[in-house]
Design a protein. Structure first.
Length: 380
């Protein structure tokens, strides 16, 4: 693989990780600027898409901004520039995908995407449940066709050089929270529970349908598997992110009643389900529920803005609990957190992703992670 010449070794470690096992060290993806390339360093992409080129556009040039996000060739060219400039160390992988924010399905159901210089927003459009009708036809949707065209361009250019991820579509709970408004949706759980259930069911059914379509398109360039693109994860079968960030503002009882059915449905489609657990509140309130769900193979934890960082003593018992349950743990870490985390956690089932400032630093970190992982026993 052009942009991942050591893919065979990374694949072997990744397959072992999915089985909650270890080859020679924990899985760790280390991104860095590639040495000896005449390009400016690409920034850390752990928290969103690379916004290269948008800085040259005016805020008032809405057509050019929209084209930046939606034009297939522009998306492809940016991906190639990122690949050419980036060192993918360890289990870091060259993966590209359509990133219009985390909830692009909202655009498919009537919330017109608002493209800006740094983000994409989806306005609330469900004003009155009595007047709202769910409707979506993938064969006639211009928005979905635009997304598919970008995916097709990525596939056409792949030629075994990189992986193509599924578009980040979202989930019923969080798409509804955008289309309705988070505060109104919270009240709807009491005032309009059937409308919420119907909405979540409709959205999750569309998610399964579209994810299967994309999987059938991309499997041949993903060695028969699939990816969670923003995490840089490859799996030997169907996989994607399962999530419910909205759970941070509701009780575990409401979470279980309204949104566990969707999580089970998404998990049934995924052979290698990854749950995105967003923030300490979700960790505290929902983790025990999630650990009982067989379809979830991996928990990915993000502390969130303004919260203690990934390595914090308050999280360690939770991390240990996740790994002890037999599920895998995926963490976004700063490079100086890696050794600290390995002090408390075994390498089996652990995957970390980080970013350093040079290829030499990345190679040195990979060597020392092997030493830190050596001799560790499961559970400590």
């Amino acid at each position: 693989m052009k942009y991942k010449p050591d893919w065979d070794a990374a694949k072997t470690r990744s397959e072992a990780w999915w089985n909650h096992a270890v080859v020679d060290r924990c899985c760790i993806a280390v991104h860095a600027p590639k040495k000896n390339v005449p390009l400016p360093p690409v920034p850390d992409l752990q928290n969103g898409p690379w916004l290269h080129g948008l800085e040259n556009l005016k805020e008032t040039d809405h057509a050019a901004i929209r084209n930046w996000w939606t034009d297939a060739d522009q998306n492809f060219d940016r991906a190639m520039l990122w690949f050419e400039n980036t060192y993918f160390g360890g289990e870091a992988l060259p993966i590209t995908y359509v990133n219009w924010g985390a909830m692009a399905m909202a655009a498919l159901f009537g919330s017109p995407p608002e493209f800006f210089l740094t983000s994409v927003w989806y306005p609330a459009v469900i004003k009155d449940w009595t007047e709202w009708q769910w409707d979506f036809d993938k064969d006639t949707s211009e928005t979905w066709r635009t997304i598919v065209q970008i995916v097709e361009r990525f596939i056409a250019g792949a030629q075994g050089n990189y992986f193509v991820g599924s578009p980040e579509l979202g989930n019923g709970a969080d798409v509804l929270s955008l289309m309705r408004g988070m505060d109104k949706l919270a009240l709807d759980l009491v005032m309009h529970p059937e409308q919420v259930r119907q909405g979540v069911e409709f959205i999750s059914n569309v998610w399964v349908d579209l994810m299967e379509d994309v999987h059938q398109m991309t499997a041949r360039v993903n060695e028969g598997g699939n990816t969670v693109a923003w995490m840089g994860l490859w799996a030997p079968g169907r996989t994607d992110q399962i999530a419910c960030d909205f759970s941070s503002v509701i009780s575990p009882q409401m979470f279980t009643e309204f949104f566990i059915p969707e999580i089970l449905k998404m998990g049934d489609w995924c052979e290698y389900g990854v749950y995105h657990l967003d923030g300490p509140t979700c960790m505290r309130n929902m983790l025990d529920i999630l650990l009982e769900i067989d379809q979830i193979k991996t928990i990915q934890f993000t502390p969130g803005a303004g919260m203690p960082p990934t390595y914090s003593e308050e999280y360690i018992p939770k991390y240990q609990k996740i790994l002890a349950s037999g599920k895998n743990l995926y963490l976004l870490t700063a490079p100086d957190e890696v050794e600290k985390i390995l002090t408390y956690l075994p390498p089996e089932g652990l995957f970390m992703r980080t970013y350093v400032n040079s290829q030499e630093e990345a190679e040195a970190l990979l060597r020392i992670v092997g030493k830190w992982s050596a001799g560790r026993k499961p559970g400590g």
